[in-house]
Design a protein around this ligand. Structure first.
Ligand SMILES: CC(C)(COP(=O)(O)OP(=O)(O)OC[C@H]1O[C@@H](n2cnc3c(N)ncnc32)[C@H](O)[C@@H]1OP(=O)(O)O)[C@@H](O)C(=O)NCCC(=O)NCCS
Length: 169
């Protein structure tokens, strides 16, 4: 069922909105991974400047009743093996006040439909809420149990979900 969330592709006119929402996202995330604020009280995020200048990076804002509800930067990755492109769900954030109302699932579905193709979503193994969210959202979208693999990176355990939003649409 649609939550009524509106998907807006971020552009230069949105100026600092993605940057500000990322601060909230990283702060949430610092409960799960050891991320410290810089001396100026902000968290650093290296790749943000690439959104808007790099054609493979897109950022979406979510609004509900005209108010910001979420933020979704994605990256289009070319597979070296020549298998075509994969969309990577680089980050995914629903503002706290908006959670547990089906907004995240609706937002994810709108992004998958806007960008049809193969998708990958990496989730740290200790992000229990996100693991439950992605497993149930992908299954609801595709009608199948989500395909999930495990891997390690920098000594941390991760899960990787993969599916094709084109076939599911
Ligand atoms: C994870 C997150 C995106 C979920 O957003 P949300 O809008 O609250 O999710 P929804 O209300 O659409 O939930 C859809 C389903 O996901 C699952 N789910 C959502 N939150 C969950 C939680 N905390 N624990 C377990 N399952 C959860 C449930 O199955 C839920 O369906 P139900 O309400 O019918 O039970 C949000 O909590 C968030 O932004 N967290 C911080 C950032 C983050 O971890 N992002 C993911 C990075 S990989």
């Amino acid at each position: 069922m649609s939550s009524g969330v509106e998907l807006i592709q971020a552009n230069a006119g949105h100026r600092s909105v993605p940057e500000n929402l990322l601060q909230l996202y990283i702060h949430d995330f610092s409960e799960l991974v050891p991320l410290d604020a810089d001396d100026d009280g902000r968290f650093s995020y290296n790749d943000l400047s690439l959104y808007g200048s790099d054609a493979s990076r897109l950022a979406f804002l979510a609004k509900l009743d005209g108010k910001l509800a979420g933020f979704v930067p994605i990256t289009r990755i070319s597979e070296p093996a020549g298998d075509g492109d994969v969309f990577d769900m680089t980050e995914f954030f629903v503002l706290r006040r908006c959670r547990h109302r089906g907004i995240g699932r609706d937002l994810a579905e709108k992004v998958w439909l806007r960008c049809p193709g193969r998708w990958q979503i990496r989730v740290t193994a200790n992000n229990v809420a996100a693991l439950g969210f992605w497993a149930s959202s992908i299954a609801a979208f595709t009608g199948r149990t989500a395909e999930r693999a495990s891997f390690e990176s920098d000594g941390k355990a991760w899960h990787l979900f993969r599916f094709d939003s084109h076939r599911s649409a």
